[in-house]
Ligand binder design. Sequence first.
Ligand SMILES: [Zn+2]
Length: 337
Amino acid sequence: MAWPGCLLRIRLLAAALVAWGGRGLQSLSYRSSPAVRRFLRAPMALAGPLLFRIGYSLYARTRLGYLFYRRQMKKARERYPQGHSIAQPLVFSGEYQYSSLNLWGVCSVIEEEGVTLEAILCTHKHWDHSGGNASLRRRHTSCRVYGSSCDDIPELTDPLSDKETIMIGRLHFKALFTPGHTVGHMVYVLDGKPFEGPSSLFSGDLLFLSGCGRIFEGTAETMLASLDTAADLAEDTLLWPGHEYALECLMFASLLEAENPLLGQKLQWVNQQRAERKSTCPSTISEEKQYNPFLRTHCREVQEAVGLQCQRDENWDIFRARVLKEVRRRKDVFKAN
Ligand SMILES: [Zn+2]
């Protein structure tokens, strides 16, 4: 799920409420006791997160979220009538190919190729990842929908648990449980061995090129464990994220780790790719470990960039989770332009 406009508006409303409350507090402060001021500050501090949670629940759990998703899709089609990016099929051993496509891109490729859609591997419930399930299943009634049983995925036919394997034709996938972005987020690893190629990670909103998903339904510790699951994959694993966010993520990472030369090089390449409407996929797990700050919480450079030090007797993973939380917080308020 991207940062949707409705949540932004709710956040602005929260900010307005806090600002209004602030003015109210100022006018009261000269005659109120410290205890009264503390009493008034508490709800103001809670207003932002509370309204955000209400907005997020409406988006993630109700039909209002689906209607919002449909509206966003319509606006995206108007904004990018030729599609957000050019489809660039990548062929492996002549056996299979990948194309980075959005929903309407998927539909037209299915039509052009005259094929039947056999399966949807759904990473999580957010509408921008699952909102097409119903319409695709209406057109391809035998299509299976795989995903986590605890993520309310629409049209789910095959609930999966951690490390479960899926065979679709000659394609052999492993599902990995990676909560944090949502409570049941899953990623899929396609085994490259049968095709003498690298494996592929379809990471949904867990991991992006130089970025990671927002932590909507979990703690920083949960998200860290999920990111470690991705980082533990083979170094040559290809990364296929759920969004084309490379430019913004690299701009943020470049500010955070200004001395990392790989970030400048990658940013230049991504700028070129996007200027030609080309996808920036795939990168590799090895590459990501060298510049993605969310996979680098163990690195002194990132820890120093956010001004955190491991305390004496502090558990190393608890400390890394603190670093992740702070990097994520900074990214949440970062604006690329
Ligand atoms: Zn999402």
